[in-house]
Ligand binder design. Sequence first.
Ligand code: MG
Length: 263
Amino acid sequence: MKRLLIIVFMFLPFFAILAQERQRPAQQSEPQQYPARMTPQMTEFFTPEVKVIQPADVVGMPPSDAIILFDGTDVNKEWEDLKGNPTKWIVKDGELVCVKGSGPIQTKRKFTDFQLHVEWKTPAEVSGEGQGRGNSGVYLQGLYEVQVLDSYNNPTYVQGQAGSIYKQYAPLVNASRKPGEWQSYDIIYTAPRFGNDSTKYFTPPRVTVLHNGVLIQNNVSLRGPTLYIGIPEYSVRKHGPGPIQLQDHGNPVAYRNIWIREL
Ligand code: MG
């Protein structure tokens, strides 16, 4: 009798499973789920860790990982003229001011993809009109101009006003401040990539611009280098990293607080 009981107990789990399976014949016939059912953890990653940086106390000032291109002091540390000589632009009261006829200035460093912050001011005393009023420009990789202009009550062609990608894209809105007031550009730039054909972009340069904190260029794809006369597409030539340039258009436009983050 004892032995019989032991045998019954031994087989009890088996009978239990059998009975359970019989009670759910529908489930048994279901195909196995593939891929396996996902869990929340399957889409949660912990590496590589995100680099910690220190943001500035005031928005617009450089975070800890920025390269300072102009902080109100020595312009010749980071900038030069197009021949590699010290620039004739002057630093006065912490402002970097364009001197008519001295030519553009450019960074000694070259960049590919970046976030750039630039503050600029057109003369308080208004003179000239259209393209002749407070004209300068920020050239990305030395080729693609984000227009700087006094566009406060100053009509001109729309792809030439402040915040335009010159002769390619008008800004989405005119967020200009009055002449003599400081303004800012925050520019996010993705450099072009080239394939085998050196005269065509594999992927074109892309630019986003905030003017005084307002989105005015939303990830636009550039057609080619900035041209005063001509069709940008015809001037595409393969290039690598390039400098930031500031344009001398004959007007004493001032700059300050220029910094960049390589992406
Ligand atoms: Mg210009």
